[in-house]
Design a protein around this ligand. Structure first.
Ligand code: ZN
Length: 135
């Protein structure tokens, strides 16, 4: 079993960070971080902190980005749950050994210099799951 102790963030797909941020900032009163481009995933993201957890808004920067395809198929909404781990390579090995199908066999770069990897929702109870290790 994995030592998961913390949800790092919840990923929400949006068409426009500028428009979606209004709700989080002005209605919920949350503080948003600077918007960051993640060219490897063809998205720009921002995070709103809620206690120890953050909400990540993901906006596509290209029509063939995975987030653009998600928006096309399902519209805006919850995209993934991200679990924080201390040792991502060891986590990926343990997930694989448990029969979880990985989208990323090895860690790749996410926002804020985090190392991240995604697992297929077909093997994680229907929700796209991200595992992330902070720098
Ligand atoms: Zn994420």
């Amino acid at each position: 079993m994995l030592p998961i102790s913390q949800i790092d963030h919840l990923g929400v797909a949006v068409r426009s960070i500028a428009e979606a941020s209004t709700y989080y900032r002005e209605v919920l009163g949350l503080h948003g971080e600077a918007v960051e481009d993640v060219p490897e995933q063809k998205v720009r993201v921002t995070f709103f902190g809620v206690g120890d957890v953050r909400i990540e808004l993901l906006e596509p920067t290209d029509d063939d980005s995975p987030i653009a395809r998600f928006l096309e198929q399902r519209g805006p909404g919850l995209h993934h749950i991200a679990y924080r781990v201390d040792d991502l390579p060891a986590t990926l090995a343990a997930l694989k050994a448990a029969g979880v199908k990985l989208i990323d066999e090895s860690p790749r770069r996410g926002a804020h210099g985090m190392r991240i990897a995604f697992a297929r929702p077909t093997t994680t109870g229907g929700v796209l799951s991200e595992f992330c290790e902070r720098p």
